[in-house]
Design a protein around this ligand. Structure first.
Ligand SMILES: [Zn+2]
Ligand SMILES: [Zn+2]
Length: 334
């Protein structure tokens, strides 16, 4: 099958042909219909996350059709359309797993990082970690739900119950969170790179009542803020914009160093926390929301063979919404 392979960090992906995987016990073999390009893919390819499987097939926002099942899979049958997220396997027995926090499992294996992902014509996934997808979205539009949507949802829940929500970095996740937050009657304030007027008008179209530069203060204090951009200096900026008792949630898997700041910014019971990975429960909850709320999902479809170009464009901040790779083979046989 055709796949885009990461041989080593900081090298472009290599287009190549590899043997299609076989589904082991509990696994499904999927024809990949679409796979979203996530900022985490950039962090992995840049060597910012340690010890990836190599060579590696990136991609953890996978929409696929089941073409074969391994022993013991009764949850999905051949022909089903399902989604594969970042969390690909957890141990099930550690303290985190047994307390509803499998997102923190020390032995967790992640899709497109420790396991091959969706930048390929076919992939395998542990059926227990896959999701049914809402019918209202086609393959290309459903793909971003699987990371941007899920992490956005977990971040929004971690923000508490804010009346005024700030979003720092208005990209893949924020554009979905903004719509869910509006659906929940929250007021949304969007922060972009200084001078990104296109991004700011995109945020206003999706329901932000105010959009401005990340260096600015909002017109009134926030009750919570989510930092999606991987820029550590945004943490004190967000704290400065947040009222007493407010929470600043860091949603990215990697961030540049957070500069020192005065205790006064944290005083008043402000909280800084991160959100890591997802649980299957997060996924099920969010996909129920996505089935009800008619999300406008901004996608840019890209042929699989042009994955390198997609990563470069994402890294240079040229993407509004989410780039989605079109992966399915013209033939049906792996
Ligand atoms: Zn565990
Ligand atoms: Zn992701």
């Amino acid at each position: 099958m055709f796949a885009m392979l990461l041989d080593a960090p900081n090298e472009p992906l290599r287009a190549g042909r590899v043997e299609p995987p076989n589904p082991g016990p509990g696994e499904v073999l999927l024809r990949v219909e679409a796979c979203g390009v996530c900022r985490t893919d950039l962090h992995i390819s840049a060597g910012e996350l340690s010890d990836p499987k190599l060579p590696l097939i990136l991609g953890h926002e996978i929409v696929g059709t089941v073409v074969d099942t391994g022993a013991g899979v009764d949850r999905f049958t051949v022909g089903a359309r399902i989604g594969v997220p970042w969390v690909g396997w957890t141990c099930g027995v550690c303290g985190y797993c047994r307390s509803g926090r499998e997102n923190l499992c020390d032995r967790a294996r992640f899709t497109g990082y420790h396991r091959d992902g969706g930048y390929a014509e076919y992939t395998v996934a542990d059926a227990r970690y896959c999701f049914d997808l809402p019918d209202r979205y086609d393959d290309v539009h459903a793909a971003p739900l699987l990371c941007a949507g899920l992490i956005g949802h977990r971040s929004l829940r971690a923000a508490g119950d804010p009346a005024r929500l700030g979003l720092y970095g208005f990209g893949a996740a924020a554009h979905l969170v903004a719509q869910v937050a509006r659906h929940e009657d929250r007021r949304v304030f969007a922060f972009t790179r200084p001078g990104d007027v296109t991004g700011q008008s995109f945020a206003r179209q999706l329901g932000a009542e105010w959009a401005g530069d990340s260096t600015e203060l909002p017109p009134e204090p926030l009750d919570a803020a989510i930092v999606f951009a991987p820029v550590g200096s945004l943490v004190p900026s967000a704290l400065k914009a947040t009222a007493k008792g407010g929470t600043v949630v860091c949603a990215g898997i990697h961030m540049s160093q957070i500069p020192g700041f005065d205790y006064e910014l944290l005083w008043g019971e402000r909280v800084v926390r991160s959100v890591a990975n997802l649980t299957r429960r997060d996924g099920e909850e969010f996909l129920r929301v996505a089935a009800v709320v008619p999300l406008h999902i901004e996608v840019e479809p890209v042929p699989l063979a042009e994955a390198n170009r997609a990563l470069i464009r994402l890294g240079s901040g040229q993407v509004r919404g989410v780039e989605v790779l079109l992966c399915s083979a013209p033939t049906t046989a792996p």
